[in-house]
Design a protein around this ligand. Structure first.
Ligand code: E4P
Length: 221
């Protein structure tokens, strides 16, 4: 499974890129709002300079023409830009047009397998069900992943399921087990996946034992 970083924070992106495991980045207007000092376009260009994987840039227009004009401008910023379009009647029309123009899209704000199916038919490259927000309303976000991943594979759509709105490491394991092609994670979840109390304790113990042995050898010499 590919793993993307769900952020517009350049330092977080640089950090995970250095770990050698970054497959792409997703941004949205709320994530961009947490940054300061640069335009959205400048941030996107900088991200595309760090990763060659897909970088999602979200449109805010609600009408088809507006989505097309924002998306075409994003697509000119770098070859790895993927235009993020919300699930809606206008969004479907815009995604179909982008597909005809060879511009890749990520359909966002998917909450049911049916919405994902429609986005796949409209030619979206990435289908983003929001598991955390579904769980937040006491429903099963992972069921959407399970159903949509099966539909995409059964009909061999040229789309990938991207598990979004990830809240904790267990979501990542479940997404992988349920056949999601990609999961996009906040930086904190990346860190939580790296660490385990027994790993951290083991590192401290090995270091202490090594020092003890080293000191004993030095005392004998
Ligand atoms: C990513 O593509 C989505 O915009 C993001 O994962 C949404 O996450 P949230 O539900 O935590 O805002």
């Amino acid at each position: 499974m590919k793993i993307f970083l769900d952020t517009a924070d350049i330092e977080e992106i640089r950090t995970v890129a250095r770990w050698g495991i970054l497959d792409g980045v997703t941004t949205n207007p709320s994530l961009f709002a947490k940054t300061s000092g640069s335009t959205y376009e400048e941030v996107l260009k900088e991200i595309c300079g760090i990763t060659s994987g897909p970088v999602s840039a979200e449109v805010v227009a609600e009408d088809v023409e507006g989505m097309l004009s924002e998306g075409r401008a994003f697509a000119k910023l770098a070859p790895n830009i993927v235009v993020k379009v919300p699930m809606s009647e206008e969004g479907l029309e815009a995604m179909s047009t982008f597909a005809d123009e060879g511009i890749k899209t990520n359909c966002t704000l998917i909450f049911t397998a049916n919405q994902g199916l429609l986005a796949a038919k409209a030619g979206a490259s990435l289908l983003s069900p929001f598991v955390g927000r579904v769980d937040d309303i006491n429903e099963d976000g992972m069921q959407v992943i399970r159903e949509l991943a099966e539909i995409v594979r059964f009909f061999e759509y040229d789309s990938e399921v991207l598990t979004a709105s990830v809240r904790h490491p267990r979501h990542v394991t479940e997404a992988a087990l349920n056949g999601s092609h990609i999961a996009t994670l906040p930086f904190k979840v990346f860190q939580q996946m790296v660490h385990h109390p027994l790993t951290d304790k083991g590192i401290v113990q090995f270091k202490a034992d090594w020092q003890k042995a080293h000191e004993a050898a030095a005392a004998k010499a």
